[in-house]
Design a protein around this ligand. Structure first.
Ligand code: UD1
Length: 424
């Protein structure tokens, strides 16, 4: 098993090129199930989650060729409809094949994703919306068995809660349905917006893109004529590297980004006293004389993303005062706290709220364990200001979502090494 070692007292400088967004690429790749042609996609991130979904699509019958960050993928020959547990258990987002498979083939069998480290994360909203579209859903032996004899039929759907992959699944289902659907309380994350734009370019009539109400005219099960496209930048990866600059109080620039997707994140850096410089596609964080405490409430886009909460918590350990972070989306997304505390952070939890006191100085390097994707990145960030070497175990979590992390870190002057435990 791999682990990483980070040397103490790091001072990064320079620029980090941000990759394509994993959370945009996942639904976009799933949407190729709806295509009648081969599609060239640029800026595909090279991370484990993407390779997992590609493996699943290949098992279903899709073919692709990949070179660096470009993929040419043909979903038109897909002829299987089962997503098995062995793949779905490794990545919850595999559920994204449910909507498109069902709307194309009138039946599919997708393993239930089960629990995950950051909570129970049910898929009830995906399923009830599909039922509204006329699907019959049965849960048997851990599988979702979905059928719709004559295809999905357009309907009005109100999401009781805003769900990102739930919205994406249903948007893809509606794209091939018979008739028109109105979706209310839809997620507005940039990743959802790009999915809508790509489907719209492929000929689907979608009104309200970028708002929480979409009207989608289905294609009556005619496969779609996709155009080539480029995946949007990863706003969470960009925010994570800006936290690297923040915790070390160093100037750092992220490039190939869309600052307009990151307003809530930028605002929190400013609240903490950091200078921020923007161009059309770069963000630079500048050091501050005093790191001020911050108050964060995680919420749906355009609010502050839950996927940035753990990284800001690491930074908040260095603030001159008490910070408060309220996690409103997931019930169990504080697992990094136990590890940060082992590094000397002073954090207490009350329900969904974490209170972070100033750790007065450096954190202590020690052996810590990554628990989920973003929790892992908070440990990496914390380790940069530790007073001794930090070892982080279970870094496969990082590999799921951060492309070439060590190279990117080395390029900005950080002493980080990936090592393997000697299992002999
Ligand atoms: C997506 C992102 C993830 C991010 C999250 C919230 C991807 C691949 N993953 O996850 O990185 O942290 O959005 O921004 O894009 N819920 C239900 N029933 C459902 C579906 C969701 O109760 O059927 C609840 C969840 O438990 C959670 C909330 O809704 O409390 C939001 O979850 P959701 O937006 O669905 O998260 P994901 O799409 O899984």
């Amino acid at each position: 098993m791999d682990y990483i070692e980070i040397e103490p007292n790091q001072k990064p400088n320079g620029k980090v090129r941000i990759s394509g967004a994993k959370n945009a690429a996942l639904p976009l790749l799933a949407s190729t199930i709806l295509s009648k042609n081969s599609i060239a996609i640029k800026n595909l991130p090279d991370v484990v989650d993407i390779n997992t979904l590609l493996k699943l699509l290949q098992i279903l019958g899709a073919s692709y060729t990949k070179e660096k960050h470009c993929i040419k993928i043909d979903g038109s020959k897909i002829n299987k409809t089962t997503a098995t547990y062995d793949i779905v258990k490794t990545m919850r987002a595999s559920i994204l094949v449910l909507g498109p498979l069902l709307s194309r083939f009138n039946h599919c069998e997708v393993s239930l994703p089960g629990g995950c480290a950051i909570g129970t994360r049910p898929v009830d909203l995906h399923l009830s919306a599909l039922e509204k579209l006329g699907a019959k859903i049965e849960i048997k032996d851990g599988y979702i068995l979905a059928t719709c004899k004559d295809g999905l039929k357009g309907a009005n759907i109100v999401f009781d809660k805003i769900t990102v992959t739930g919205s994406e699944n249903i948007i893809m289902a509606c794209a091939l349905a018979h008739g028109s659907s109105t979706l209310i309380n839809v997620a507005k994350e940039p990743e959802v917006v790009q999915l809508c734009k790509v489907l719209s370019d492929a000929g689907v009539d979608i009104k309200g893109i970028g708002t929480d109400t979409l009207v989608i005219k289905g294609s009556n099960q005619k496969l779609l004529d996709f155009k080539d496209f480029t995946i949007i930048p990863d706003r969470i990866e960009a925010g994570t590297y800006l936290c690297v600059g923040a915790i070390t109080n160093s100037a750092l620039t992220v490039t190939h980004v869309k600052p307009e997707h990151m307003i809530s994140i930028i605002e929190k850096f400013e609240e903490m006293g950091y200078g921020i410089e923007l161009t059309d596609d770069t963000i630079t964080i500048l050091p501050t004389k005093e790191i001020k405490p911050v108050h964060i409430v995680t919420t749906e886009y355009p609010g502050f993303p839950t996927d940035m909460q753990a990284q800001f918590m690491a930074v908040a350990t260095q603030a001159n005062g008490t910070s408060v972070i309220d996690e409103r989306l997931f019930e169990n997304r504080f697992m990094h706290i136990a590890e940060l505390k082992r590094m000397g952070a002073k954090i207490s939890i009350n329900g969904t709220t974490a209170t972070i006191e100033n750790s007065s100085d450096r954190l202590t390097g020690t052996k810590v364990m990554a628990t989920d994707l973003r929790a892992s990145s908070s440990l990496v960030i914390a380790s940069l200001i530790a007073d001794s070497t930090t070892t982080i175990d279970r870094i496969y979590h990082l590999d799921r979502g951060y492309e070439h992390l060590e190279n990117k870190f080395k390029n900005i002057g950080i002493d980080i090494k990936r090592k393997k435990y000697d299992t002999k």
